[in-house]
Design a protein around this ligand. Structure first.
Ligand code: NOJ
Length: 757
């Protein structure tokens, strides 16, 4: 009986799609029964169709599709496409959806995916920058706003959050993730999933999210894009997978697999990742979309003989949807007919896709995300105000000698110098959604609108980045010679009370296909900096970048350094808020900054080795020419006020597996102004069945204090914080001694120990 009802719902969608009939409400709990009833009606070709994703060819984000537009249209009409990517606007998505709803036999609605990475129209800081806020409400809110702006353009599925742990500043995509730490990235993953999806996927103000790239992509060898990944099981489980597990537990609708080879098996072909772990141990109910063309690329990897073989391997491994690879649509039907692929595997993959579509409410109303009114209801000005707020929280103060910052009212002449000073495009960053080119508030604009009439602001570009806007993955060419702008810059610097220099990277220096072996200030920027510094030492360096940069000279010489990432639409205003003390900086680095690029990959949660550095043999487990530690460590960031930590106190020296202990510390604002500090908790398992990192972030809390105020910060340590993937391949804790460390960054901490019984 149930089957018949659903059957009717699909054959006569006009009668039922918009009706209030409880039988077809996506919010009722019998999604599985509905999925079954649809599956029962589908031909093999239609089921395979659900596993095919086409690009809307007007906005390619990968190698050009072989499928002509006409052919795509025909496939849509026959119901042989499950979803599309890069189809933007209510008109375009309505048009594509109509092709399916008005022509196909079963009228199974499409999903529309897009890379909404750090905003759709209103652009927020790049993810690495936003993570520096350590503010999970902010991370959730920016995703929520991105979702609102996406659905206003018919997009109902984002390929975000990108939660690849990366320890290598050379890798261009380090900008898209949350840095080097699994705990912090897991928190961001949950915040993002909540922000995009809300509590109810069928709410037309939410979009489906994607946890990507599963898995290991951020460990590309030598930071070279798409490179082979060599990690052992221990590293995979303890470092790479935790954010994905957190996203799965938070109910993320979809996963995306990744381009890379993981220890001999391309991730797209990995049964271990997709079937055993994701769909097996983690019981993930959504579907896995391939990354662009990764199924077909199994041939290039030398893992499949041809596309058809690639389709066979990928479907068996658990890749459910083929993004623009054309391997599934050309291979799967034949493979089933030849008996090489069990039809049950196709059913399973199609079931997963249908399940998500039901949960999104698409069967109820295929046009629910293509509503022209949604856009007019949005308050884009408010979104910009929120973007400014999040951007200022993402800024990290790296150095502030003699309290040069915030800029004092005695400063009457400011020279703003550098190739990024009046750049309205770079702060928008890569993966900018529909954020308009040149739409950011530049630093110069921000400074000008922050100062009073009695302050004179001058500007000189000084040098060109020499990079310009490039199309997808064209090699980077940097102008390294033109110094004709130096003279003017030096003159203006000489004439100023204070210089603000804007240096770093352009919008497209990080992102996909943007790996670099040099991570210093590119082109002639370093020379410009030194030339300007020679004539005016009251210098504030503002960095624009999507990756940690090598800035050892600046750290040594420049009195004030502000890490401003690529902060999005409101960049210049947010930076000015910090420079002029409107906002007291509270950001902390989510990634280690190296002394030299040769230290990469660099990360704080290393293992000890058998020969950790000691004061005599300084090169043990280090280098002969440069210290082995970070220039600016993970978790580091200054404030305009100062904080003093009291003694660390544990509630007990022992803990049972089912018990808990607390770690408390007092924090006092010893400076003259109110400020916020991110108090961080790190743990170390001293002896275990596998070697363990010397410290791992396990908690953090943002504390706001008035001058002179003291607060007690308390972390509760429970068994789950002590668990890891051990020698027996179990996620568990092991009895023994643990070290507890609390402080304002991953280096300066108070330490105590306890025993787990
Ligand atoms: C390739 C990228 O790796 C992935 O992150 C993105 O979502 C897809 N292209 C679609 O644009």
């Amino acid at each position: 009986m149930i089957k018949r009802l659903f059957f009717l719902a699909f054959l006569f969608p006009a009668l039922t799609a918009f009706s209030q009939d409880a039988q077809i409400k996506s919010s009722v709990p019998n999604v599985e029964a509905k999925v079954d009833s649809v599956l029962a009606l589908m031909t093999l070709e239609e089921k395979v169709g659900q596993l095919v994703q086409y690009n809307g060819s007007w906005d390619l984000t990968g190698p050009a599709s072989e499928v002509g537009n006409k052919e795509k249209e025909e496939k849509l009409k026959k119901g042989l496409v499950g979803s599309m990517l890069n189809v933007l606007s209510v008109d375009a998505t309505t048009k594509a959806q109509k092709l399916v709803m008005e022509n196909s036999r079963l009228k199974i609605p499409l999903m529309f995916g897009y890379d909404v990475i750090h905003g759709y129209k209103t652009i927020f800081p790049v993810p690495l920058g936003e993570t520096a806020s350590w503010d999970m409400e902010a991370a959730e809110r920016s995703a929520q706003i991105a979702a609102l702006e996406s659905v206003a353009e018919g997009v109902n599925w984002t390929f975000s959050p990108m939660i690849d742990i990366s320890r290598d500043a050379r890798w261009g995509r380090i900008m898209e993730g949350s840095g080097e730490d699994p705990f912090l990235t897991s928190k961001v993953a949950v915040a993002k999933v909540r922000g995009y999806q809300g509590d109810d996927l069928s709410d037309p103000k939410t979009i489906a999210a994607t946890a990507k790239h599963f898995a290991g992509y951020g460990f590309a060898e030598a930071g070279r894009e798409y490179n082979t990944v060599h990690v052992g099981e221990n590293e995979l489980h303890n470092t790479i997978l935790p954010p994905f597990k957190a996203a799965a537990d938070a109910g993320v609708a979809t996963f995306m697999n990744s381009f890379n080879d993981l220890d001999g098996t391309p991730a797209t072909a990995s049964e271990m990742l997709q079937r055993e772990i994701l769909k097996g141990k983690w019981d993930f109910q959504g579907f896995v979309v391939s990354d662009w063309g990764t199924i077909a690329e199994l041939v290039t990897h030398g893992f499949a003989r041809d596309k058809k073989h690639a389709a066979e391997i990928a479907i068996k491994a658990g890749s459910d949807m083929d993004m623009e690879g054309r391997a599934y649509e050309t291979g799967l039907v034949e493979l089933v007919k030849e008996g090489k692929v069990d039809e049950a595997l196709i059913d399973e993959a199609a079931r997963r896709v249908l399940r998500v579509k039901f949960k999104m409410g698409l069967f109820e109303d295929p046009y629910r995300y293509s509503n022209a009114n949604t856009k007019t209801e949005l308050d884009y000005d408010k979104h910009l105000r929120e973007a400014r707020d999040i951007a200022k929280k993402s800024i990290v103060l790296l150095k502030n000698e003699n309290e040069l910052l915030p800029i004092k009212s005695s400063v009457k002449k400011i020279a703003v110098i550098g190739p990024l000073a009046d750049d309205k495009d770079s702060p928008i960053g890569n993966w900018r959604g529909q954020g308009e080119a040149n739409s950011a508030v530049s630093l110069l604009e921000g400074v000008k609108s922050a100062v009073g009439k009695d302050v004179k602001v001058t500007y000189a570009k000084g040098a060109d980045l020499g990079i310009g806007r490039r199309s997808f993955m064209i090699p980077l060419k940097i102008n390294t010679t033109d110094k004709s702008g130096f003279e003017e810059a030096i003159k203006k610097a000489k004439d100023a009370d204070l210089v603000i220099m804007a240096l770093g990277e352009d919008a497209f220096q990080t992102g996909e296909g943007r790996s670099q072996v040099n991570i210093d200030l590119a082109g002639v920027q370093q020379e410009l900096l030194e030339a300007v510094y020679k004539v005016n030492k009251n210098l504030v360096l503002v960095l624009f970048n999507g990756r940690p940069l090598e800035i050892s000279w600046s750290a040594e010489n420049v009195p004030a350094i502000v890490e401003a990432w690529l902060l999005g639409s409101e960049s210049g205003n947010a930076i000015a808020d910090v420079l002029f003390g409107e906002y007291n900086p509270s950001g902390k680095l989510p990634v280690s900054f190296p002394r030299a690029v040769g230290q990469e990959p660099l990360y704080y949660n290393t293992k000890n080795t058998g020969r950790p550095t000691n004061p005599v043999e300084v090169t043990y487990s280090g280098y002969g020419d440069v210290e082995k530690d970070a220039l600016y460590p993970f978790g580091f960031g200054l404030s305009y006020t100062s904080f003093e930590y009291g003694d660390l106190e544990l509630s007990s020296e022992e803990m049972d597996e089912n018990g808990e202990i607390t770690a408390s510390i007092s924090l006092t604002n010893t400076g003259k102004i109110a400020g916020k500090e991110v108090v961080q908790l790190y743990l170390r398992d001293m002896v275990a069945s596998t070697t363990r990192p010397i410290k791992e972030l396990k908690g953090f809390e943002m504390v706001e204090l008035q001058p002179g105020e003291t607060k007690e910060v308390t972390f509760t340590i429970t068994n789950d914080l002590l668990e890891f993937y051990n020698a027996e391949k179990k996620w568990t804790s092991e009895p023994g001694e643990f070290s507890v460390m609390v402080g304002g960054n991953s280096v300066d901490m108070k330490t105590e120990t306890f025993r787990l019984n």
